[in-house]
Design a protein around this ligand. Structure first.
Ligand SMILES: Cc1cc2nc3c(=O)[nH]c(=O)nc-3n(C[C@H](O)[C@H](O)[C@H](O)COP(=O)(O)OP(=O)(O)OC[C@H]3O[C@@H](n4cnc5c(N)ncnc54)[C@H](O)[C@@H]3O)c2cc1C
Ligand code: SF4
Length: 357
């Protein structure tokens, strides 16, 4: 490890000042110290922020929680308010690392930890993230834990924090069912272009039948594009497993391979992958299974509205400065209405199955 200066910041003003002069914050140190030992990160000055007043979890007026950057992963995961209101976040935290590490690791450090890409840690190998311009070893190397979507030509690393993924999960849920008002995106289910394929005559309330699948497929726009996928609640799975197509007097399974349950299911319908998610409504309700071309759904971050602010007013009595960062994310379907072709039924990039009764 290379030599470095060490300072303990006594307040946020001092910490901000020292960081502006090139210092690096250290909180729990569970990621930073490893990187320093490997000389992947070589800060000349460390600023220990553990004495700052950032260890509280407070309720906000609009029903949220404000989590201090120094709240440990253990304290956050076990907070009764978090466990009740945001159980996915609590469970994601408890899924990470070990009890010992979670007792030291902090919220700020967790979100700002560096990627777990093996080549990032291996200084003998090229890595654009560690040394820009050297190349990306992972693209042709060991990349099983890295990203499939959302990559760039320079780097395919994923964000390593389980907690960050859980925070994004809330957004995904709104991209499916958001109402398009009260600060929510317009979710796929509330798209004005959605086509809800009607159930078959006499179809049972909690069922999905092969005719539904055939009819949904016939209505999707852009069915040749790789961005067209099925999304479904897991409660739909048993319906798919028992689904078959009539062949003469017999039948063939639709979702399971020909020799039945001995092999893995195909996980596709008409060659398109199925993603199972709890964010879709449960079996029997519109949205339990959808066929969507996601290239026709816009997601944007409100770069112009995103802001970071500081105030000496909030903690004036304590001679402290408060910082806050606010980011906005929105989502909206690209199409206003379904397309009416010259002949035939309407088409849309968003197809659902109507509620069965
Ligand atoms: C063996 C092992 C297993 C792990 N498994 C998992 C896992 O399964 N899931 C998972 O999500 N994580 C896992 N982790 C990562 C662990 O969660 C992180 O190391 C930890 O959350 C980092 O927090 P820290 O406070 O120790 O950060 P530090 O190591 O102190 O800092 C990390 C980075 O954040 C910066 N930083 C810290 N606090 C602030 C702040 N307030 N403001 C600005 N910058 C700041 C530092 O400068 C540094 O760059 C694992 C780690 C280890 C060692
Ligand atoms: S994906 Fe490539 S550039 Fe990114 S961290 Fe790994 S090796 Fe480096």
């Amino acid at each position: 490890m290379r030599p470095f200066d060490y300072t303990r910041a006594e307040n946020t003003e001092a910490a901000a000042r020292q960081a502006a002069s090139g210092g690096t914050f250290i909180a729990g140190g569970t990621n930073l110290l490893d990187l320093m030992k490997l000389e992947v990160m070589t800060p000349e000055a460390l600023i220990d922020i553990n004495r700052l007043d950032l260890g509280e979890i407070e309720e906000t007026e609009d029903g949220g929680l404000r989590i201090g950057a120094l709240v440990t992963n253990s304290d956050l995961a076990n907070d009764a308010r978090l466990r009740k209101g945001w159980p996915v976040l609590s469970r994601a935290l408890l899924a990470g690392a070990s009890g010992q590490l979670r007792n030291k690791a902090t919220t700020g450090g967790n979100l700002l930890q560096r990627t777990r890409c093996l080549y990032f840690y291996d200084r003998a190998m090229p890595c654009n993230k560690r040394e820009p311009g050297t190349g990306c070893s992972a693209k042709e190397g060991f990349n099983r834990i890295l990203a499939v979507l959302g990559t760039s030509e320079h780097c395919i690393a994923t964000h390593p924090s389980d907690m960050a993924v859980a925070m994004r999960a809330k957004e995904d849920s709104k991209f499916i069912s958001g109402i398009g008002a009260a600060g929510e995106p317009t979710g796929l289910l509330n798209a004005s272009c959605i086509i809800a394929v009607t159930a078959e005559v006499g179809q049972g309330a909690s069922t999905v039948v092969f005719e539904n699948i055939i009819k949904m497929d016939a209505r999707v726009w852009g069915d040749e594009e790789s961005t067209t996928i099925w999304i479904a609640n897991r409660t739909v799975k048993p319906q798919l497993a028992s689904m078959s197509i009539a062949v003469g007097t017999g039948g063939m399974p639709v979702y399971l391979p020909a020799n039945g349950a001995a092999d893995r299911p195909f996980q596709t319908l008409y060659g398109r992958p199925i993603v199972f998610t709890e964010k879709c409504p449960a079996l029997g309700t519109t949205g339990d299974i959808m066929l969507v071309n996601l290239a026709h759904y816009y997601i944007g971050d409100g770069t112009a509205k995103n802001r970071s602010e500081r105030s000496i007013g909030l903690k004036f009595d304590y001679d402290q400065t408060a910082f806050r960062v606010i980011t906005y994310t929105g989502g909206v379907p690209m199409w206003r209405t379904a397309l009416t072709p010259l002949n035939g039924d309407t088409l849309s990039p968003i197809i659902s199955l109507a509620t069965r009764s």
